[in-house]
Design a protein around this ligand. Structure first.
Ligand code: SF4
Length: 264
């Protein structure tokens, strides 16, 4: 029996996969994206967070059996709403054996893996292979820029993306649009070039940049120091994707868009 640390089990989510879902946010991430809006998901351990209403503990250890029991109780309602369960984070693959154990205990539940792709290929293949859909975050194709903004090499991420394309699991590439960092023409063209060569790709989602992370950092005793202009409108340019015949969707959120999103 495995156990792991979860910072939230959120019910009735509608942006973490098809239909109505329950999203399990696992604690701990090997990356340190400068724009991360879930700093409470970075440390693998429970921690204290200060808020306007006082202190609270973020993160709790569960057994796989406990989590599966919670999710299985909701399975019928999730199924009837075309949904299921999403494993997100943090980075869920940091606790891959725990996630595998939970999935193995689920009864007829649609599973989405929401991952940065940063894991060993064996861990990645095992959990992706137990999922019905993968949301794969792709931030920066340039290796040096990836190291500068996330603290990690993107080689394992790109290798896992290629591995995913050889598996029989559909996937969506998700690109966070950070002004002047990930939304540059060069980066979007590079992502479109990769995406256009991948079997199994459902679409690329261009995602809005969230500006609300600063308070959470302070509550955890961390600093949020964006080196980009947060007020700059995101460049949600779909042209490179259309040119590469890649289905693309833009979530409007709080960004100013160059064009109306194409809905898929
Ligand atoms: S991969 Fe996601 S959770 Fe991890 S640091 Fe980056 S944005 Fe945050």
């Amino acid at each position: 029996m495995t156990s792991g640390v979860i910072h939230e089990i959120r019910e009735f989510t509608t942006h973490d996969g098809p239909g109505v879902r329950t999203t399990v946010f696992l604690k701990g991430c090997p990356l340190r994206c400068a724009w991360c809006h879930n700093p409470e998901g970075l440390s693998p351990e429970p921690q204290t967070m200060r808020t306007a209403r006082g202190e609270r503990t973020v993160g709790r250890r569960y057994t796989a059996e406990q989590v599966a029991a919670i999710l299985n109780r909701q399975a019928a309602i999730l199924r009837s709403n075309g949904g299921g369960v999403t494993f997100s984070g943090g980075e869920p693959l940091l606790q891959a054996p725990f996630v595998e154990d939970i999935i193995g205990r689920l009864s007829n539940v649609h599973v989405v893996l929401d991952t940065s792709g940063y894991a060993t290929e064996s861990r990645f293949r095992r959990v992706a292979g137990m999922s019905q859909l993968v949301y794969f975050d792709l931030k920066l194709v340039d290796r040096e820029a990836h190291i500068r903004y996330t603290g990690a090499d993107n080689a394992p991420i790109l290798a896992n993306l290629r591995a995913l394309s050889s598996m029989d699991v559909p996937f969506v590439i998700r690109v966070p649009l950070v002004p002047g960092v990930t939304d540059t023409g060069a980066n979007l063209r590079a992502i479109a070039g990769i995406a256009g060569s991948l079997a199994g790709l459902v679409r690329v989602d261009l995602l809005p940049y969230h500006r609300a992370a600063g308070g959470k950092y302070a509550g955890l005793g961390m600093e949020f120091l964006p080196s980009w202009n947060e007020a700059q409108p995101a460049n949600a340019d779909v042209e490179p994707f259309l040119a590469a015949a890649v289905p693309v969707s833009v979530a409007s959120g709080d960004i100013r868009l160059a064009r109306e999103p194409e809905r898929i």
